[in-house]
Design a protein around this ligand. Structure first.
Ligand code: SF4
Ligand code: SF4
Length: 718
């Protein structure tokens, strides 16, 4: 007895020292990041919400369960380990007393049953993981495997470790039944089976009991140490990462540029002391560092990433892992207390500290520029990540530093940035052109001159909607429908400039701030911040920027997307689709409308109301919608690597054999339209196939003359 106490306590002490040192090191590394006072404040001021998030996301495993089979397997393992805390207490108790039982509940049959039930649940969970990993073997599946690029050896070790935890547990409990030391008279069904099997061993059961109690503790303690050195660190820190993540998630708005715990003010910024994006790993906040340590390497993000799916070098998982490996390798440098200590570090550490965060192979960069600039900001990675890692924020931070400090970005995007600065739109057209579409309508559209007055809606047309030929058709359809429904609306005309979205998503926060401040001033002067005044935007990027990002600059407005307003007008009977459109139509979810802003239903409701329409969903739709390739300012960059993202999307759409593809975004219209044109010229798509906005579909059905074009549609007989 004394020996097993000594061995058990010595093992515990060793594990506590080894794991404790590692945790202290990780804590110091996290603390070497920049302050993030807004994250602490958000948690302090939303205690109820955060408790709910912990209950649903962590304990309830909500995001994991979106993938049913691996989700259930993970939930069984997670809940199993929580219940098995009781068995760890029992194992320690058994070191000191052969007849140990947890006070009060330690002999209740249902407690013994619960422990065994969850132990078996853990075995089912790891058996499922084994099958999943064998079926997704990256050596066989290559890029198609979500585990491609993960540390798979460590994952197998963890599965083996978990198996040993449960196996040693059930064996010592089985032996305890035979020695009479088992605290539960009934209920522990799995232990009883093991006891039955071990019964023939007779008096040897006493030795088996002692050996496997110690083995159980050794496995748990070894597992505990391994956790602190592996991706399974997420067991300890995922709840913290979830707690301090942006709510409801890191989609929608980009974060403002933080420097030393404050939002960077370009007018007062000091190039020597301020931080401009993510130029060194230590420019990450402690929350950013926490993100890196929390990644479970599950590859869910990678499996949904359009860049990865089309053969580009970007994988959101590997981006996080590369940053994490670099942070760990540079850690001795970051944690060295003085210049002398840094000087004394091994050359390999000093070389790691010198590596640029972004740079090609020749520059030995941590992240290749092709990785960085492949991102479309589609948000699929953030949506899928079960531990709330904020990939887009990291990508934006890296881009901001590249653009603002290094002036290093895809050359073809520089024209767009110049046009934004000089002309307020990406095409460099004159402001007067923004009114041309109005002259093609047969009714007046008021242009705001100063105040919006009694008008209810400001129609935010957007640069594409005003200047790009395909998008102009949508603009005219929306104006026609609003006019038909008797909605009072006006436009800004030449006073409207780009919201700044392409500049911001490129990383040029300076140009974004300039445009955004100008727009906020215009909108405030027009009275849009007042109760009852609303903005309807046709472009999801404008919608996202005005609704979610302008509040960072003091612009708080009620903003809706045109599909939301049109769906409401249809449901209120102010627009009545009457003309049948006998077509198979598949709807493409724009990322900045759907995933970023959760507007999934209104466009579909509109389609449902149009007689004759047979709506068919693509396999990847709604939360799992697949990007068109234009977001993240990719619209303004060449797509030189891999398959074109718009081609991939159109091929999926063609799989539904549609007559028409509908959407709700001018960027998507352009990208999908281009891909359709290419498919038509190769004979893979029928000549009549077109991509239209849902508003165009509606105006065709609402028009009394079904042959009328969008701009000629007449009010319906209602
Ligand atoms: S935002 Fe989209 S493109 Fe960018 S890394 Fe995430 S999934 Fe990939
Ligand atoms: S970033 Fe999130 S989704 Fe991607 S591998 Fe890591 S934990 Fe999984």
């Amino acid at each position: 007895m004394a020996l097993r106490i000594v061995i058990g306590l010595v093992l515990t002490a060793i594990a506590a020292v080894v794991a404790g040192r590692r945790l202290w090191w990780l804590y110091r590394l996290g603390r070497s990041g920049q302050p993030a006072p807004e994250r602490i404040e958000a948690v302090r001021s939303h205690v109820g919400r955060d408790a709910e998030v912990q209950a649903t996301e962590v304990f309830g495993q909500r995001k994991l369960l979106k993938w049913t089979v691996p989700g259930v397997a993970h939930a069984l393992t997670f809940w199993g380990f929580i219940v098995l805390i009781l068995t760890i207490i029992e194992a320690y108790g058994a070191l000191f007393s052969k007849h140990f039982a947890i006070p009060l509940i330690g002999t209740w049959a249902w407690v013994g049953f619960g422990e065994d039930l969850f132990a078996v649940g853990v075995l089912v969970g790891i058996a499922t993981f084994t099958v999943i990993r064998l079926r997704n073997n990256p050596e066989r599946e290559g890029r198609a495997s979500r585990f491609s690029g993960s540390h798979n050896g460590a994952a197998w070790l963890v599965l083996a470790g978990i198996f040993l935890v449960v196996a040693t547990l059930l064996i010592y409990r089985g032996a305890q039944i035979n020695t009479g030391d088992f605290p539960y008279p009934r209920g522990a069904f799995a232990s009883q089976i093991l006891g039955h099997w071990l019964h023939p061993a007779g008096s040897a059961n006493a030795g088996i009991e002692t050996t496997f109690i110690l083995a159980q503790l050794a496995v748990i303690l070894g597992f505990g140490i391994f956790v602190t050195y592996s991706k399974h660190l997420h067991i300890a820190i995922a709840p913290l990462n979830v707690l301090f993540s942006r709510r409801p998630n890191a989609l929608g708005a980009l974060e403002p540029m933080w420097s030393n715990g404050k939002v960077l003010d370009f007018e007062e910024a000091d190039p020597d002391t301020d931080i401009f994006g993510l130029g060194k790993i230590e420019d990450l906040t402690w929350k950013g560092m926490l993100d890196l340590g929390t990644c479970t390497e599950c590859g869910r993000c990678q499996s949904q990433c359009p860049a990865w799916a089309t053969g580009k070098p970007l994988s959101p998982k590997m981006l996080i892992l590369d940053l994490r490996d670099h942070a760990f390798a540079k850690a001795p440098y970051l944690l060295a207390g003085s210049d002398e200590a840094r000087e004394a570090l091994p050359d390999a550490v000093k070389a790691e500290a010198e590596r640029p965060l972004v740079g090609d192979e020749a520059a030995n960069g941590v992240i290749d520029p092709d990785v960085l600039w492949s991102c479309t900001n589609c948000g699929a990675c953030v949506e899928e990540c079960p531990v709330d890692i904020e990939h887009i924020d990291h990508i934006a931070g890296l881009r901001r530093h590249q653009v603002l400090i290094e002036s290093a970005f895809p050359a073809e995007a520089s024209t767009m940035l110049k046009n934004l600065e000089n002309k307020g739109n990406p095409w460099g057209m004159g402001g007067d052109k923004r009114l041309e579409w109005i002259s093609e309508l047969d009714f007046e559209v008021p242009v705001v001159d100063g105040q919006i007055g009694d008008t209810e809606y400001l129609f935010w047309v957007g640069c594409a909607g005003a200047l790009e030929d395909r998008a102009k058709k949508t603009t005219k359809a929306i104006a026609q429908l609003l006019h038909t429904a008797g909605v009072s609306f006006a436009v800004l005309g030449p006073a409207e400039t780009c919201t700044g979205d392409p500049a911001r998503r490129m990383g040029n926060e300076f140009v974004y701030s300039m445009l955004a401040q100008q727009n906020v001033e215009t909108l405030n002067e027009a009275g849009l911040g007042q109760p009852g005044k609303k903005i309807v935007a046709s472009c999801p990027h404008c919608f996202n920027t005005i609704a979610n990002e302008y509040p960072q600059l003091g612009g708080n407005y009620e903003v809706i997307h045109h599909t939301q307003l049109l769906a409401r007008l249809v449901s209120e009977g102010k627009l009545t689709p009457v003309n049948p459109i006998e077509e198979k139509i598949t709807y493409h979810d724009p990322c900045f409308l759907g995933r970023h802003n959760r507007v999934f239903t209104p466009p579909r409701e509109i389609m449902e109301q149009v007689p004759g329409v047979q709506a068919q969903e693509m396999h990847r739709c709604k939360e799992r919608g697949f990007c068109c390739g234009a977001g993240g300012a990719r619209m303004w960059m060449e797509e030189r690597i891999g398959k074109r993202i718009n081609t991939e999307r159109i091929e999926e759409a063609l799989g539904t054999d549609p007559d028409t593809i509908s959407t709700g975004c001018p960027y998507c219209m352009v990208m999908l339209g281009d891909a359709i044109a290419a498919k038509k010229s190769s004979g893979e798509a029928k000549e009549s196939l077109e991509v239209i906005d849902v508003a165009q579909l509606l105006v065709r059905s609402v028009a009394t003359d079904p042959q009328a074009s969008e701009s000629e549609a007449q009010p319906p007989a209602v």
